[in-house]
Design a protein around this ligand. Structure first.
Ligand SMILES: *[C@@H]1O[C@H](CO)[C@@H](O)[C@H](O)[C@H]1NC(C)=O
Ligand SMILES: *[C@@H]1O[C@H](CO)[C@@H](O)[C@H](O)[C@H]1NC(C)=O
Ligand SMILES: *[C@@H]1O[C@H](CO)[C@@H](O)[C@H](O)[C@H]1NC(C)=O
Length: 348
């Protein structure tokens, strides 16, 4: 008689059940999105020679080589919306490379701009991409609201959908159909909640100074060009001129109402549960637990005890790296102590 088969079955059950809650949301079928051709919503922004449209005009490739990165920008600015693309990130060695999908009005409002970010941070070969979300409102650049996460798949292997929903009530970031972060607008947030019309951007660029291990590892152009592919672009929002003298906010009422009834605007109990689980497993930094940076909690922070338990007093992950690695470090420490102790004894 042996208990091995049973424990094996249990192990595989755990393996399957632990990831199935995310896989279920990865089909992308539920959002019912209308996609556009690149030229119907976007223009090249910089590094035009490193921006390559597909023959059918519905997909676009952004390249980063030693001469330049590249990027595109929406032809209109939008007051609220759902901004989304399927993206495949560069593979292999990508340290120092950043690929971003974001909304901003920094060109129009230099001192009090608004911004919503999804930024992918490249890594050395064999180590996974990571990504962060962030938001600013009315120039709140001294109050960054960064969160950083791992992914449950390799984003350089196939396309996945990344989305930003921005309404008058809340902001939701999505990976496929998994909501990963919700920011609910409140009076306490004041101007920190983005309110002015924004352009939508996608870029690839050299962020050697900060992207990987805090800037210790730079872009290595032996691996260039780095290519990021974008397809099935979605640009739903209320187009608005940000500097009208008499902005007519009623023009966006209809589109706002339409947005709020869409599938992606509804956080069902199932979706909320997936969001909670994603955050408890894959988030490795949040401004909300960083009490060195924010001794007074930001008003939009919702503290989840299980999330919180993962971080120490300074907001850093308690267990960075694998448990194996932790065990190795602990063992090395014990040995060092033992050596020191025996040295002390022999000297006595
Ligand atoms: C998908 O969206 C279109 C256009 O908004 C709508 O006409 C259609 O009924 C929707 N389909 C489903 C299954 O919700
Ligand atoms: C935005 O910032 C400007 C200038 O810094 C300030 O005058 C204004 O009151 C702010 N608006 C909000 C909604 O906080
Ligand atoms: C918190 O964790 C970080 C990373 O593991 C570590 O460097 C730091 O010393 C820890 N700080 C405290 C106060 O425990």
């Amino acid at each position: 008689m042996s208990s091995t088969p049973l424990s094996f079955i249990f192990f595989f059950y755990l393996l399957i059940s632990s990831s199935s809650w995310l896989w279920r949301f990865s089909s992308g079928a539920g959002f019912n999105l209308t996609t556009i051709a690149f030229d119907d919503g976007y223009n090249p922004l910089f590094g035009d020679f490193n921006l390559v449209r597909s023959p059918d005009g519905r997909s676009v490739r952004l390249l980063l080589d030693v001469s330049s990165g590249s990027g595109f920008i929406s032809s209109s600015m939008y007051e609220h919306g759902f901004f989304s693309a399927k993206i495949k990130l560069p593979s292999d060695y990508t340290a120092g490379v950043v690929v971003a999908l974001y909304a901003s009005n920094g060109d129009v409002f230099e001192k009090n701009h608004d911004e919503l970010d999804i930024e992918f941070l490249g890594n050395v070969e064999g180590k996974p991409w990571r990504f962060q979300t962030n938001l600013y409102g009315n120039g709140s650049t001294s109050r960054g609201r960064e969160e950083r996460y791992r992914l449950w798949f390799d984003p350089s292997k196939e396309f996945h959908r990344y989305s930003i929903l921005w309404t008058a009530k809340n902001i939701i970031f999505y990976v496929d159909e998994v909501p990963i972060r919700e920011v609910v607008r409140s009076d306490e947030m004041g101007g920190d909640y983005p309110t002015k019309p924004m352009s939508i951007y996608a870029t690839i660029w050299d962020a050697s100074s900060w992207a990987t291990n805090g800037g210790k590892i730079k872009v290595n152009y032996d691996y260039a060009p780095f290519t990021a592919d974008f397809k099935e672009l979605v640009l739903e929002g209320c187009p608005m001129d940000p500097i009208q003298e008499y902005p007519d906010f009623t023009t966006c009422k209809e589109k706002d109402a339409w947005l709020e009834t869409r599938n992606f605007a509804v956080l069902t109990p199932k979706r909320r549960s997936a969001m909670r689980k994603f955050r408890q497993h894959y988030m490795y930094y949040s401004c909300c637990y960083d009490v060195w940076r924010y001794p007074v909690k930001l008003p939009d922070c919702v503290i989840d005890p299980i999330e919180k338990a993962r971080f120490n007093e300074t907001g850093r992950l308690r267990f960075s790296g694998s448990h194996k690695k932790q065990a190795k470090i602990a063992k090395a420490r014990r040995k060092k102590k033992q050596r020191a102790a025996s040295k002390e004894r022999t000297e006595m």
